[in-house]
Design a protein around this ligand. Sequence first.
Ligand SMILES: *Cc1c(COP(=O)(O)O)cnc(C)c1O
Length: 383
Amino acid sequence: MTGNEYGFDTLAIHAGQDPDPRTGAVVPPIYQTSTYAQDAVGAPRLGYEYSRSGNPTRDALQECLAAIEGGRRGLAFASGLAAEDTLLRTVCRPGDHVVIPDDAYGGTFRLFSKVAEKWGVDWTAVPLGDLDAVRAAFRPGHTRLIWAETPTNPLLNIADVAALAALAHEYDAMLAVDNTFASPYLQQPISFGADVVIHSTTKYLGGHSDVVGGALITADEGLGQELAFHQNAMGAVNGPFDAWLTLRGIKTLGVRMDRHCDNAERVVAYLETHAKVGQVLYPGLESHPGHETAAKQMSRFGGMVSFRAKGGRDQAIEICNRTKLFVLAESLGGVESLIEHPGQMTHLSAAGSPLEVPADLVRLSVGIETVDDLLADLEQALG
Ligand SMILES: *Cc1c(COP(=O)(O)O)cnc(C)c1O
């Protein structure tokens, strides 16, 4: 099944998920097995030998991921960071260099600054919205990768995927796009020239805050094969039950994202008029510096909203402590609304670095509850 034949929601529900040939089961079974009987030495029945190398439930997820991102090859990992690590160590060698966003997800920044750096892979953090800054950071012959996130976590900055792809390719480098915040329903980076898409499937793809996972989707078969080799050789694979939960989540991605967007738009409109709220960060706002680019590459603007508390850090923390429906928790992209203080929570690992986030920032993952209940909760929390 490819994106050319079917619409997004059809692919989300069917790609990689033909009824089970043996039983007719409509839903791909959870093949909770580590190994597979072979008919003779060197003759595995359907090519499956060992579940690190291959598992039918994971294969179903991988095929679905490739279809919904419009890519050639999908690979599912134990977590988003496991996917990132596998990508990094497939594409980069000691002496290589990567351009990363100056407001990358905290865990991504930690992977570069505390892990990759020790292995001799250097990085430069720049605002990816500034193409001159990206170009200036390039070290021709050494820069292998532009690593983009758009929208970014938690500042919701926007990078122009097509422009970054053109720039990367000019220098024989690749563009990797972390598409976790938008999800493929709202944005498909490969269609704008990205070479590989990264996901924390823990977030919108899984969608129910009940599973941790990651994914890589490649535009071409060559990089797909190299990554598949490393997926097995490095071993950070997605387990069968996790793959099954993620597949189940993906089936409703489209309807969930529409509701996430509807609710986020209402929350943004409410926050914009509140006396105690400073700047509201949402790419759907015309005042957002990345709005035009976002409108070009996203169909809608997502369920993530950040805002700055006029009363500073203490008020931001107080708001986070006072919501009742918005659960105070890290992570995002589930059906339930979450609130957090990035400076003290998700982005604590970036404190003191160029990626430090403002102390008065509050991040909302707007869920799909009844929106009036969400607005009432924010009203009481803002006091
Ligand atoms: C959560 C997240 C990750 C890391 O994924 P895990 O599944 O937690 O390992 C990477 N990028 C973004 C944008 C994220 O939100």
